[in-house]
Design a protein around this ligand. Structure first.
Ligand code: DQA
Length: 157
């Protein structure tokens, strides 16, 4: 008999998101990073999944976390923050590991300054959620869990 591990998500948050709660509350709301991570973990648990959350202000640390995901995580939820708009390296890391990716932004980047309208990550994400605040993380978890649980169910039928 094989024992399957519980399905797990890697939830990555990029630079300056550690300041959530006090950072530009008119744009990002008053939820803290702890609130965001608790929302993602709670949503994962509601599906019988687990979630590992990492926040970093350093591009290389985010890339290392992405490289470490295969075997530990079934999908990646990422708010690359400002690196969305600059980082080919994070985009390449995500496409390199080949796990399903959901990109989340708290704010609606398309309603903001023009330099935020383009994200290098979007081209390698299955789904992009922006402007829903903390709820966007729950939506991302719900999407991934529904999709991968359905795929697993149809594979065993
Ligand atoms: C953000 C949007 C980015 O443009 C910005 O640099 C961030 C946060 C968001 O969640 O709305 O740091 O990713």
């Amino acid at each position: 008999m094989t024992t399957e591990r519980t399905r797990n998500l890697l939830v990555l948050n990029g630079p300056n998101l550690n300041l959530l709660g006090t950072r530009e509350p008119a744009v990002y709301g008053t939820d803290t990073l702890d609130d965001v991570e608790a929302a993602a973990v709670g949503a994962a648990e509601s599906h019988g999944w687990t979630a590992d959350c990492i926040q970093s202000n350093h591009e290389g640390d985010l890339i290392d976390a992405i490289h470490g995901a295969p075997g530990l995580a079934d999908a990646i939820i990422i708010n690359p923050a400002a690196y969305s708009h600059t980082s080919v390296a994070i985009r390449d890391a995500l496409s390199g590991v080949g796990l399903p990716v959901v990109e989340v932004h708290l704010s609606n980047i398309h309603k903001r300054e023009e330099f935020r309208h383009h994200s290098f990550v979007s081209a390698v994400a299955e789904v992009v959620i922006c402007g829903a605040g903390i709820a966007g993380y729950r939506m991302a978890v719900d999407y991934i869990a529904a999709k991968l649980d359905a795929a697993a169910g149809s594979a065993t039928r």
